[in-house]
Design a protein around this ligand. Structure first.
Ligand SMILES: NC(=O)c1ccc[n+]([C@@H]2O[C@H](COP(=O)([O-])OP(=O)(O)OC[C@H]3O[C@@H](n4cnc5c(N)ncnc54)[C@H](O)[C@@H]3O)[C@@H](O)[C@H]2O)c1
Length: 288
């Protein structure tokens, strides 16, 4: 029996609970939200699918989940410029989650923004080993990078490292041809604005993030042992420590099996260092 816990069943949490159920990835859901009416409505709506899924809403059952998705807290709106600006608004939700994850032995997926900082905060405050704290964002950013590349007929596999935020690091050096500095800057600016384009139009992102979160969930539950980009607690990798940042990592049933250290070119290295300084400073502030 596979149990998925979802803390915060709004737009994203609700969609992932639905997709994971519809795709047959889980047998049991434990849902929690600080708004009881929403929680009951989401549970009822999911029950109306008629899928053979056990759905509970008891906080106490979260600790026995195989995977817990932390998606509680405020999303951006057009007045909130960057994800990092959500830190003080969302730290209370992360602190609430710490209590729910006492004795948790599964894999934690952090979604709530600023995701990298929250992933580090939850690792530090719960004591869950770093291999079992996965921050989600890199797969989505990489897919958005792929969208920008194909619009310019640039071939190659898209990967985005760094912060899930303005300090993201698209890896141009692994593409099939060289991409000049001005084009890199143009694409980076496009990536920084890509989710806001959705937020302005429909109030928040749903399909892109929920699809890729479900892919990550599948990788964990099937012990895929494949590499994807996710936020990992760093301990010297890429010359960084004291934060969680998007890096290539091999994912399996126990979480992060291995962080890969890719060779980056000078432009990418500079962006990665800036991402590290920015996220590390915020992370240390959050845990202090
Ligand atoms: N990492 C990513 O790629 C990614 C993608 C999309 C959204 N997000 C982030 O995910 C978070 C959720 O986004 P959303 O669009 O689902 O927002 P939402 O407002 O639709 O849902 C958030 C839910 O969290 C609940 N909540 C708030 N505080 C809580 C607490 N202390 N305990 C339990 N529940 C609590 C709210 O009641 C709400 O139902 C935001 O921070 C958003 O920025 C991250």
């Amino acid at each position: 029996m596979v149990r998925l816990a979802v803390v915060g069943v709004g737009r994203i949490g609700g969609e992932v609970a639905y997709l994971a159920s519809a795709l047959g990835l889980v047998d049991e859901l434990v849902l929690y939200d600080s708004v009881p009416e929403l929680l009951q409505a989401q549970a009822l709506d999911l029950r109306h699918t008629g899928l053979d899924i056990e759905i509970g809403t008891s906080k106490a059952d979260i600790r026995d989940a195989d995977v817990c998705l932390f998606s509680a807290g405020l999303p951006r709106n057009p007045a909130v410029k960057t994800r990092a600006d959500l830190l003080s608004a969302n730290l209370p939700a992360a602190s609430d989650c710490v209590g729910m994850l006492r004795d948790f032995s599964g894999v934690l997926i952090t979604v709530t923004n600023p995701m990298d900082v929250n992933n580090y905060f939850l690792h530090k405050k719960t004591g869950i080993p770093k291999a079992r704290c996965i921050g989600f964002g890199g797969q989505l950013d990489s897919a958005r990078f792929g969208f920008s590349l194909s619009a310019r007929n640039i071939a190659g596999v898209p990967y985005v490292l760094g912060e899930h935020g303005d300090h993201q690091v698209p890896v141009f050096s692994r593409l099939e041809g060289a991409v000049a500095g001005p084009v890199r800057d143009e694409i980076l600016a496009e990536l920084r604005g890509s989710s806001m384009a959705v937020i302005r139009g429909k109030g928040g992102t749903v399909f892109g993030p929920a699809f890729h979160m479900t892919q990550l969930l599948r990788m964990i539950l099937t012990d895929a042992q494949k590499t994807t980009i996710c936020s990992c607690i760093l301990d010297g990798e890429y010359g960084l420590s004291g934060c969680s940042l998007g890096v290539p990592a091999k994912i399996g049933r126990e979480g992060i099996l291995k962080i890969e250290e890719w060779e980056l070119d000078a432009w990418e290295k500079r962006q990665m260092d800036e991402a590290g300084s920015f996220v590390c400073a915020l992370s240390q502030k959050a845990v202090s």
